[in-house]
Structure formats: structure tokens, C-alpha cells
Design a protein around this ligand. Structure first.
Ligand SMILES: NC(=O)c1ccc[n+]([C@@H]2O[C@H](COP(=O)([O-])OP(=O)(O)OC[C@H]3O[C@@H](n4cnc5c(N)ncnc54)[C@H](O)[C@@H]3O)[C@@H](O)[C@H]2O)c1
Ligand SMILES: Nc1ncnc2c1ncn2[C@@H]1O[C@H](COP(=O)(O)OP(=O)(O)OP(=O)(O)O)[C@@H](O)[C@H]1O
Length: 566
């Protein structure tokens, strides 16, 4: 058994290398019928043999015979599967044929689950490749545009339209500059759902913008794809992976979506005031959530020009209409705003109207100046990664039963819910076994979420621009389980094993709890659609200010110099 791998993980590997014993049970030939054991004796036998197996697996046998291990493993597996079947079936049958049939069904179910998991991982990878391909196409188009340096704006527009028509994947007309990445490629090409043109409530074209990396957007503005060079055999870091990112509008933003915290009078009053100001002084179209639209209308009939949406299909198309999101509330409101977007997210300007406000740097009293600056000029953004989470059900009959992915900005938590048993979770990173979690649960967090629940569970605080995934146990029942930070490109699989004593519960940014039964799994990877949040100063200054002011990080009275002679 490989070092560090738990006995049951090894057991599974041995089992999957030996499909024949299960397949044999489909063979209609004569089957020896053993005396039917009672379910109690089955339990005893299973646990006895597990102890046996653990002993054999952890102390390699002296004659080195692998067959001892395999036959014990396969017999344990068969009996465990039969026990699970017997526990599930309403008919308390002990018929050997049924037992063997249930084993075969388990094998099939496992194969289907593997297919579904494979599909989920492949979908995530395909989305990432599509994004890379679109970015490459955008670069090619930009280099064609360079050849037209002396064109007028109209010529450029026509050329951009021609070039965009050449590319069937792109549905946008217009865009482009000589450097950076244009919003039409970045934010509008990954349209989840139907064609944006089919929407009858379109508000005209979205404002285009350019993203540039580095402090001086004009000089260092190119997004470098190759971070490492190895010319002449010397490996050199050519570019830092991430720099401060600037967003510069190339055309005027026209549409703002307001997302507001419910049940707050101060938020309601400020929202109405800001909407009036944006429409009256800035000629901006305003979108609000359906419940806010009703609330605004009861306050003032002037607000009947505010737009909203009616159904999920229209929510899916929001990102094609909205140039900017304004949130009024605390961090929970930013999480809520992000959750409305299952694909690309427009830039978010978050005004602080909550208690902590890690992700809400803008002071609401100065909303006029803040919005003036954001609408006019270029501003720093933090590109906050989200995690894409798929729940894969063991009971799913086919891959079509895979549930919709859920995107989280902070974290997904797998815990014991109301169960009093320890959570028992097997964790894998790509194809490597990571560990078994035995405790209250596990937090898989983004770096933005590192200052939320993960911090409370002992995880490190991580700058939101660091590309990583946090792996933080909750109250592990072990002395040596320290939190981990993994690179952002990995895919994590959290499996509730069949022999878990209870169910586990997954919750997403503290919401939408889903029960995970033994055999179910959760797959997480970084989503291709981050949340761009506007910074008050820049990403690092804002982060440090939050941990100082919000959490009073490392606050201590300064020690004085000696006040006597030495
Ligand atoms: N023990 C804990 O600390 C604990 C327990 C449950 C949930 N949470 C957090 O609450 C989040 C949901 O937030 P909510 O506002 O909807 O619930 P909520 O209203 O219960 O507020 C939770 C608190 O967490 C803060 N918070 C949220 N995201 C943060 C972030 N990225 N950095 C720093 N602080 C942050 C909020 O400002 C708020 O004070 C979850 O995603 C989870 O991270 C924390
Ligand atoms: N537009 C919305 N619709 C429904 N629920 C929302 C909306 N905006 C925020 N919420 C929910 O309301 C709750 C409180 O919001 P928020 O965290 O922003 O305010 P707060 O608790 O006063 O601030 P803080 O989180 O800083 O303490 C959160 O659970 C959040 O998910």
C-alpha cells in the first residue's frame, strides 16, 4: 500500500483493479448459495474483516503474497455492498441471488458516477480552453487592428465589425484598442444560455473597456501569457503572474444594476436617492431586483422608469445589459450580487452599509464623487476568483442527472449539519489522495473567502489576488491537521465514503444547503468567471486596510524605548 494512503482508499484501488468478481455475479451459471446470515451477523463479519484487512494492509505479509490481501479485500467489499443493499431494501431479503445482484448494481452505479465526475471535470476544462481560445482570437483581431493605425473611429468600427463577423464564436460588434484586453471579448463572449439578441428588453450596447496590468496602464498594459521564459536553457521569471489591474472605459457606461441589502431603511433611502441622481444627472439606465423595483414604486412613481427582470432566463442575460453593478450593504450583499451571475460578472462598486465590509471599500456618504470617478475614468480592480462546485450524486442514474454547478465567491463548506457524528470525508486533489477529514467538516475557500469562515477555522489570510484554493478543516479530531493552500489550477474532489456514519451537508457562501449521502461527491475547481470588484485605492491597500480596520489585525501597544540609563 502506498505510504500515507488510508487502508480503505487502498481497498478501493484494489477493488477497482478486480472487477471480475462483481461481473461474475451477472453470469447465469450455478451460484453456490451460502446459508443466509442475519443482518447483525453481516455487520459483525464486515467489521471483523475490516480489522483484519487493516492489520494486513498496514503490516506487509511476510511471504509478500498479495492474494491474501486481495481476497480479503474483495470479500469485505462484497459483504459491505450486500450489507448496504440489505440496509436500503424495503424487502428484508437475505436471498443470495439478490445480494449478488445488488453487488453488480453497485459496480454499475460506481462506473456511472465515475463517468459523471469525468464529465463535470471535462466541462470545466472545456470552458477554460474556450476562454483561452477566445482570448487568443481577440489578440489576433487586435494585431489586425494595429495595421489600421491611421483609421478614423468609424473605419475602426467597421473593421471591428467585419473582423467580428469573421469569427462565428463572437456575437459582439465593435471593440478593440492596441493593448490590453477588450471587454467585448472578455465579458460578453461566454454567454450562458440563449442568444442575447433574443432578449426583448435590451438596453442598447454595453460599454466597452480595456483591462491593463501594471501601475502604468499605457506602458505596461499588455497581458502577458508567458510568465516564464527558458531562452538558452535558463529559466527566468519573465513576468509576475499578477499585477494591479486597471479598468479603463473605452465607451461610456450606460447601465447600472443596483443590488441592495433587504430590511434596511437607510439602504432603501440611499438607493432611491442614488437612482434619482444617476438617472437625472448622469443619464444612466438603472436595473434593480424585482422586489426593489416594487419597493421603489411604492415610494415614488418617478421610479417607474427603473428596469427589472421577470424570470431566470432574463437573469441569465443580465451580464449582456449591465455595465456596472452597485451594491449597498455588507459583504453578504456582494456575495448575493455575485450569485446572480452564473457566467461573466460586470465590475462591482461596493458601498459599505454593513458592519464589517471586507469587500465593500466605498464610503456611501461620498457616493457622488465615487461614482463620478468610476464612471469617468480608469480605476483599479481586484479580480476575485470564484469556485465552481458540482455535486455528483451516487444515486444519479446517468450523467444527465448531474446537478447545475454552483459558483461561490467565498467558500463551499462541507459539514456535519445537525448530525452528531464526526464528518468523514475523503479528499482528492486531481488524481492524488489528499487526506481523510474526520471532524466537524471542511472549508474549500477562495482567497477572497480566506478572511471569512476559513479564518475563523484557523486558515491563513490570503491577499485576494493570490491564485490559490484554501483547504481548511473545521475542528479536525487530530493533532496534526494544519490548513493547506493549493494552487488555483487543481480540481478537488470531496467524497462521502460509503462507510461514513452519517450524511454530510454542503453550503455555498453560507447559503443553499445540500445534503450529501454516502457515495455522493463534490467537485470544485476555479471558475473561468471571476468577480471584478472596484478598489478604492488598489487591491493591496484595500486588503491591508480591511484587515487592519475590520479585524484589528496585530493590534498591540507599541513598546517604548528604555527610559533609564543602561
Ligand atoms: N464562523 C464563522 O466565521 C462563519 C460561520 C458561518 C458563515 N460565515 C461566513 O459568512 C459568509 C456569508 O456572509 P453573509 O454576510 O451572507 O452572512 P452573515 O450575515 O451571517 O455575515 C457573516 C459575516 O462574515 C463577514 N464576511 C463575509 N464574507 C467575508 C469575507 N470575504 N471576508 C471577511 N469577512 C466576510 C460578513 O461581513 C459578516 O460580518 C459565508 O460565506 C462564510 O464565510 C462565517
Ligand atoms: N439583494 C439581496 N437579496 C436577498 N438577500 C440579500 C440581498 N443582499 C444581501 N442579502 C442577504 O442579507 C444578509 C445581510 O446582508 P449583508 O451581509 O450585506 O449585511 P450585514 O449583515 O448588515 O453586513 P455585514 O455582513 O457587514 O455584517 C446576507 O445574508 C445576504 O446574503
Amino acid at each position: 500500500m502506498p505510504l500515507g494512503e488510508p487502508a480503505h482508499a487502498h481497498e478501493e484501488a484494489v477493488q477497482s483493479a478486480q472487477p471480475d468478481s462483481r461481473l461474475r455475479s451477472l453470469n447465469p451459471g450455478p451460484i453456490p448459495i451460502p446459508a443466509a446470515p442475519s443482518s447483525r451477523s453481516l455487520v459483525d463479519k464486515v467489521s471483523d474483516q475490516r480489522v483484519n484487512l487493516d492489520a494486513i494492509a498496514s503490516h506487509p505479509s511476510e511471504n509478500g503474497s498479495i492474494s491474501t490481501v486481495s481476497s480479503t479485500v474483495s470479500s469485505v467489499e462484497s459483504e459491505r455492498a450486500s450489507y448496504e443493499f440489505l440496509a436500503q431494501t424495503p424487502i428484508k431479503s437475505t436471498d443470495a441471488h439478490l445480494v449478488e445482484f445488488s453487488e453488480a448494481m453497485r459496480t454499475v452505479a460506481k462506473a456511472l458516477r465515475q463517468v459523471a465526475e469525468g464529465k463535470a471535470a471535462a466541462q470545466a476544462e472545456a470552458a477554460e480552453w474556450k476562454r483561452k481560445y477566445e482570448l487568443e482570437m481577440a489578440q489576433k483581431r487586435q494585431s489586425k487592428m494595429k495595421d489600421c493605425g491611421s483609421c478614423t473611429d468609424d473605419d475602426l468600427g467597421n473593421l471591428a465589425r467585419q473582423l467580428t463577423l469573421e469569427t462565428p464564436a463572437s456575437d459582439q460588434a465593435g471593440c478593440c484598442g492596441n493593448h490590453g484586453i477588450c471587454s467585448h471579448e472578455v465579458l460578453q463572449d461566454e454567454v450562458p444560455g440563449p442568444n442575447p439578441r433574443s432578449s426583448h428588453k435590451m438596453v442598447g450596447r454595453k460599454a466597452s473597456f480595456r483591462l491593463s496590468w501594471g501601475c502604468d496602464g499605457n506602458k505596461n498594459g499588455q497581458h502577458k501569457h508567458d510568465f516564464v521564459s527558458f531562452e538558452k536553457g535558463d529559466i527566468t521569471t519573465a513576468e509576475r503572474s499578477n499585477k494591479q489591474i486597471l479598468l479603463k472605459w473605452e465607451s461610456r457606461p450606460q447601465t447600472v444594476l443596483f443590488v441592495t441589502k433587504p430590511n434596511s431603511n437607510s439602504v432603501r433611502v440611499l438607493c432611491a436617492e442614488m437612482v434619482r441622481w444617476l438617472k437625472g444627472h448622469k443619464n444612466i439606465n438603472v436595473f434593480v431586483e424585482p422586489w426593489v423595483s416594487k419597493e421603489l414604486l411604492t415610494q415614488d412613481t418617478d421610479h417607474n422608469l427603473v428596469q427589472t427582470w421577470d424570470n431566470d432566463e432574463e437573469t441569465k442575460m443580465l451580464h449582456t445589459k449591465v455595465d456596472l453593478i452597485v451594491t449597498l450593504g455588507g459583504d453578504g450583499t456582494v456575495l448575493w450580487a455575485a450569485s446572480l451571475f452564473k457566467g461573466p460578472v460586470p465590475p462591482v462598486v461596493a458601498f459599505a452599509m454593513g458592519s464589517l465590509g471586507f469587500m465593500t471599500p466605498f464610503p456611501s456618504e461620498q457616493y457622488r464623487d465615487c461614482l463620478d470617478n468610476v464612471l469617468k475614468g480608469s480605476f483599479s480592480i481586484t479580480l476575485r476568483n470564484r469556485l465552481q462546485c458540482h455535486v455528483i450524486r451516487d444515486a444519479a442514474k446517468d450523467e444527465l442527472e448531474t446537478e447545475e454547478p454552483i459558483l461561490v465567491l467565498n467558500e463551499v463548506t462541507i459539514d456535519r449539519g445537525i448530525s452528531s457524528y464526526l464528518t468523514y470525508l475523503e479528499c482528492y486533489c486531481d488524481s492524488s489522495f489528499v487526506t481523510c477529514v474526520q471532524g466537524d467538516g471542511l472549508i474549500i475557500s477562495t482567497t477572497s473567502g480566506s478572511t471569512a469562515y476559513s479564518l475563523a477555522a484557523g486558515g491563513s489570510m490570503v491577499h485576494p489576488q493570490v491564485p490559490g484554493i484554501l483547504f481548511t478543516p473545521i475542528c479536525p479530531h487530530s493533532l496534526s491537521f494544519r490548513p493547506l493552500i493549493l494552487p488555483e489550477y487543481v480540481t478537488l474532489r470531496i467524497q462521502v465514503p460509503y462507510n461514513s456514519r452519517g450524511h454530510a451537508w454542503a453550503s455555498f457562501d453560507g447559503k443553499d444547503r445540500k445534503q450529501l449521502a454516502p457515495g455522493d461527491a463534490l467537485i470544485c475547481s476555479i471558475s473561468p468567471w471571476p468577480v471584478p470588484t472596484a478598489c478604492l485605492v488598489d487591491s493591496t491597500t484595500d486588503f491591508l486596510r480591511s484587515i487592519h480596520e475590520g479585524l484589528h489585525w496585530n493590534l498591540r501597544k507599541t513598546q517604548q524605548a528604555f527610559d533609564g540609563s543602561t
